[in-house]
Design a protein around this ligand. Structure first.
Ligand code: NAD
Ligand code: UGA
Length: 471
């Protein structure tokens, strides 16, 4: 059934729902886009006049929001009304790893997906195309279809005949470059059974994306391809991180090795930067999901293969923490360590699964006192991530295992024995090392877990230097 799309509802106003819908609204002015979320605080922030308060920080997002909000883009908690008016409903809710029950620690928790599918079944009217935007285990569409078909059957002899079609349209944006990724994606993937619904969704993207970049597949290929894409990306990071350790032992330089292998077009140069281990809400969750699915379908070798990507990631974090302790004469109790960058990468305020969390916890546990700075992460976010309140005062009367929040970069150097660069913010590569060195307690160390700092500048200012993959 062909129809003109006038109204879209997206359930979930998070890191995916917010930016994705903002770009659709920006590119499709004739469509009304409603983003709904059960979290009122989050919706209030999306509606805040002060664009600095948006709940998601992404370069370029504030501009797009200012051009679309309350014109054809609306944020609200009214799930019921906006589902009922929608021609297309995007499900963009969280799908974290299950913490209890069957598959705990590996399988994705689909409780929010099921809940909003039931809401769609209940509140929709007429024909609705339901789009999986969240990352889901392969064959989830089957569950969604079953719930919706039941509602379809029940509506048969009523005034409100409901019909549904389910599509998979996973999102490939990376945080920190979300707007660019949405405006110029490598591809858009649409999986489905009904060609007309697939065409309708495809036509929305064709407003700004060349048709040849829109890939149509069956439902299961689309669902699985999203998990596999993340697994392959994460696998590259674990591969290069494993080699970074070998470089540190042998005198090889990880940047030179990355460049040498990346020039081979079959390997390619992207995603070969050694670091403190991948973070973010998705890589670990999606690989664990793949591990679980492989076990479930009786493929233990496949499952073990992918699990190793996570093992190496955890090992890399521990390895960096151990190197810090070793360089500081084997003891960090009551020593002061600065942490530059707490989000899981630069250009985002997202701290989910950030390697900084694990490394900071290990350092605190060992008795170090930390000073933490991140350009976009607020104090209360760090407190929640570490599950530890910050000390108000600057640290001279520290006991041990405490931390304080720094409002500017140079505060992390004040009487510190060591400063650890955890993310690749541009401002970190512009630090005045002479000025920083004067603030520190010597002999002092700089740990660059991202390879963003110029070694010569640091060592010339009298500081010791350690860089991932070089030593
Ligand atoms: P998020 O936690 O930032 O946002 C999800 C939102 O959904 C939350 O605000 C929550 O309150 C809301 N929600 C949950 N159930 C609801 C319901 N029944 N009704 C209304 N609102 C509800 O999550 P996210 O980072 O945006 O990720 C969403 C999905 O997209 C996940 O499956 C994730 O794997 C996938 N994904 C994320 C990224 C990313 O960069 N974060 C990229 C690609 C794909
Ligand atoms: C990742 C994927 O890149 C997106 O395509 C996908 O849509 C998304 O997951 C998702 O499904 O959530 P994201 O996690 O936002 O995006 O950010 P990435 O740029 O992939 O970085 C992930 C982690 O890997 C970060 O901690 C980053 O610092 C690290 N990384 C990345 C490296 O250590 N080295 C690299 O070379 C690249």
């Amino acid at each position: 059934m062909k129809k003109n799309i006038k109204n879209i509802c997206c359930i979930g106003a998070g890191y995916v729902g917010g930016p994705t819908m903002a770009v659709i609204a920006h590119k499709c002015k004739e469509i009304i886009v409603n983003v709904v979320d059960s979290n009122k605080t989050r919706i209030d922030l999306w509606n805040n006049d002060d664009l600095k308060q948006l709940p998601v920080y992404e370069p370029g997002l504030d501009k797009i929001i200012s051009e679309t909000r309350n014109k054809n883009l609306f944020f609200s908690t009214n799930v019921e009304k906006n589902i009922s008016n929608a021609d297309i409903v995007f499900i963009s809710v969280n799908t974290p790893t299950k913490t209890k029950g069957l598959g705990a620690g590996k399988a994705s928790d689909l409780k929010w997906v099921e809940l909003c599918t039931r809401q769609v079944a209940k509140f929709s009217s007429g024909h609705t195309i339901v789009v999986e935007k969240s990352t889901l285990p392969v064959r989830t569409a089957e569950v969604i279809q079953k719930i919706l078909h039941k509602a379809q059957g029940e509506s048969k002899n009523t005034k409100n005949l409901k019909t549904f079609d389910v599509l998979s349209n996973p999102e490939f944006l990376a945080e920190g470059s979300a707007i660019k990724d949405l405006l110029e994606p490598d591809r858009v993937l649409i999986g489905g059974e009904d060609q007309i619904s697939m065409k309708i969704l495809s036509e929305i993207y064709e407003n700004w994306i060349p048709q040849e970049k829109i890939l149509l597949t069956n439902l299961w290929s689309s669902e699985l391809a999203k998990l596999v894409a993340n697994a392959f990306l994460a696998q590259r990071i674990s591969s290069i991180n494993s080699i970074s350790a070998l470089c540190e032992k042998t005198g090889a330089d990880i940047n030179q090795v990355s460049k040498a292998i990346g020039l081979d077009q079959r390997i390619g140069s992207k995603f070969l930067e050694a670091g403190p281990g991948f973070g973010g809400s998705c890589f670990q969750k999606d690989i664990l999901n793949l591990v679980y699915l492989s076990e479930y379908f009786g493929l233990p070798e496949v499952s073990r293969y992918w699990e190793e990507v996570i093992t190496i990631n955890e090992w890399q974090r521990k390895r960096i923490y151990r190197s810090i302790v070793e360089k500081l004469f084997g003891t960090i109790t009551q020593k002061k360590i600065g942490i530059l960058g707490f989000a899981f990468k630069a250009d985002t305020n997202d701290t989910r699964e950030s390697s900084a969390i694990q490394i900071a916890k290990d350092l605190l546990n060992e008795g170090a006192n930390l000073v933490i700075y991140d350009p976009k992460v607020r104090k209360n976010q760090v407190e929640a991530a570490l599950n530890l309140e910050s000390r108000e005062n600057h640290l001279d009367d520290y006991s041990q295992g405490e931390w304080t929040y720094a409002d500017n970069i140079y505060d992390v150097f004040k009487s510190s024995d060591c400063v650890v660069l955890m993310t690749e913010w541009k401002s970190f590569s512009e630090i005045d090392w002479q000025k920083a060195a004067k603030e520190m307690r010597h002999p002092a160390w700089i740990f660059d877990t991202r390879g963003v700092v110029d070694k010569k500048q640091v060592t010339e200012s009298g500081l010791n230097f350690w860089k991932v993959g070089i030593g």
